[in-house]
Design a binder for this molecule. Sequence first.
Ligand code: BDR
Ligand code: CA
Length: 314
Amino acid sequence: MKKIPIILDGDPGHDDAIAWVLAAASPELDIRAITSSCGNQTIEKTTYNAQRICTLLHLCVPVAKGRVRPLVSEPMNAPSVHGESGLDGPILPEPDFDLEEMDAVTLMEKIIRKSDEPITIVSTGPLTNVAALLLAHPELKSKIAHISFMGGGVQYGNWTPAAEFNILVDPEAADVVFRSGIPITMAGLDVTEKALIFPEDFERIRTLDNPVAAIVAEWLEFFYLFHRNLGYKGAPLHDAVAVAVLVKPELMESQELFVQVETIGDFCKGATVADFRSILKVSPNAKVLMGIDRQGFVDLLVERIAKYGKERRT
Ligand code: BDR
Ligand code: CA
């Protein structure tokens, strides 16, 4: 099987962490590097979380720290969703490896430059690092096959009525990505709020009875607390959709659309505005995911988490 070479960029984060669990257990993917972004928590915390996740999963790939703050906007975090650590809940192993000395953008640049085949970037946090890479090294665009990211929503937001968290944190970065000309898959709220993991699914994962499954079940419990109080029937596993679309694209429904990011505005900063009616008469710049086979998504997660057998050290 030909593997898709990917770089995982994210701000873990419970759903980022589970997205990486899925990626690391998927033979369709070849993880070349991991980079942290600031979003759910400060870059120090998300980087530490990235290291702890890699240690838990025995994922031996280079890991580098991302940019300290968004390109232009003031930093903001989401402790109400992910806790003070950015990944509250179960106790995780301490990192058993060192970070790369180079920063995230330099690591991405090196991996992409030296690769014989174009790399796919999977971003599950604000797009700060990705945009910084494209601005600093536009010559590498042809070596980026695809950017699959969680962010936005063409119908509604979750942090403001119009904006989803990852895009709101760094709208200028998202704008750079949408204008890049690189093939984009947008896993926004339109699909990720349908990617619900119900409490009975947590139990299905827990009964897999391996150390990673036990931690994933606890992450889901923690992540669901915030959402249950808002009336959700399950935990929307946003970030894992940006990975699942690479592993099993047949689970998704999508629409090709021209999408622009609102970077200013009193009410709509961070909105991803889609031209559903082709009013602008320009070609689509994004594959926007709109629907998901929820049961198929859960089955995929369960199948892949089951691979973390007891022989793996935690
Ligand atoms: C996004 O915001 C973060 O809290 C999650 O990790 C996800 O990437 C959902 O809006
Ligand atoms: Ca995230």
